[in-house]
Design a binder for this molecule. Structure first.
Ligand code: HBI
Ligand code: FE
Length: 297
């Protein structure tokens, strides 16, 4: 498994972004909606239609509901001003444009103020399934529908506040894992089976099939301290997904003071992404076939 260094993509992203100085201290830029080309709108359409075919029966009800109530469609990259109007009315969130990955403290500062930083660019036609930095499809299609839900809206704001504290305590690695295994790659148990709520899954056609249908990954009941110890992969599908029973579970999470947990865990062993423990609430034990056949990152 990979060492728990900061994700290569994050480092890369910051190096690239630093080359072109941010114009504003909060790293926001204008989306420049009028400047998108027909080809860029067409990439959006390809991605949008592909996901909308896959997500019925896979995405959780809250995701589908949020999508339905937003000005997001197949024909064009959404305009952040219109998204913000709809979000503001519902949950008080806004979408602001950024050039790509932004520094952790800048990211958290936005979330703590209910501003979701979204990449303004869209991936190229030849890299539909490959992303080094979050683009407008990942950020808008994956994240914004969930921000229409009041519970997620509060949870992500709390994550921003917790992120600022964790940053000061030097505990970002542990907090980032909680974000990764919930907001990005979380699964939710619904009455009719497991569903996707994580944006990293919902915005990826291959991973939305893999996460739910493959025999390879583990699916394990979410436990905070377990997840805080678990490394994650940024270069491939996840080896384990963590399942919550309802979104309210995230609200409880948002109320927890993490500082004593960081203290308590300072000596605890780190876990590899594919580890399964005797104490885990295993829903499906994966056979690991996908990652066994691939070079480790
Ligand atoms: N910047 N634009 C953007 N989007 C992210 O998801 C993001 C970021 N900067 C830092 C970051 N995520 C993560 O490293 C934190 O959640 C820890
Ligand atoms: Fe994301």
């Amino acid at each position: 498994s990979r060492p728990d260094a900061p994700p290569a993509a994050v480092k890369h992203g910051l190096a690239a972004a630093e080359a072109c100085r941010p114009q504003r201290p909060d790293w926001t830029i204008d989306q420049g909606w009028e400047r998108y080309t027909a080809q860029e709108h067409a990439v959006w359409k390809t991605l949008f239609e592909r996901q909308m075919k896959l997500l019925p029966g896979r995405a959780c009800d809250e995701f589908v509901q949020g999508m339905r109530e937003l000005p997001i469609g197949a024909d064009e990259i959404p305009d952040f001003r219109r998204l913000s109007d709809a979000l503001m009315r519902r949950t008080g969130w806004q979408v602001v444009a950024v050039p790509g990955l932004v520094p952790d403290d800048v990211f958290f500062e936005h979330l703590a103020h209910r501003r979701f930083p979204a990449g303004h660019f869209i991936r190229k036609p030849h890299e539909l399934d490959y992303l080094e930095e979050p683009d407008v499809f990942h950020d808008v299609f994956g994240h914004v529908p969930m921000l229409m839900n009041p519970v997620i809206a509060d949870y992500i704001q709390a994550y921003g506040e917790g992120g600022l504290r964790a940053h000061r305590l030097g505990q970002l690695t542990r907090l980032a894992r909680v974000y990764w295994y919930t907001v990005e790659f979380g699964l939710l148990r619904q009455k009719d089976g497991l569903r996707i709520y994580g944006a990293g899954i919902a915005s990826s056609s291959t991973e939305s099939m893999f996460a739910l249908d493959s025999a390879s990954p583990n699916r394990i009941g979410f436990e905070l301290e377990r997840v805080m110890r678990t490394r994650y992969r940024i270069d491939d599908f996840q080896e384990s997904y963590f399942v919550i029973d309802d979104l309210e579970q995230l609200l409880e999470l948002a109320r927890i003071d993490f500082a004593p947990l960081y203290e308590k865990q300072s000596g605890a062993a780190e876990l590899c992404p594919g580890d399964v423990l005797d104490t885990d609430l295993v829903i499906t034990r994966g056979n690991g076939s996908w990652h066994a056949g691939r070079a480790q990152g």
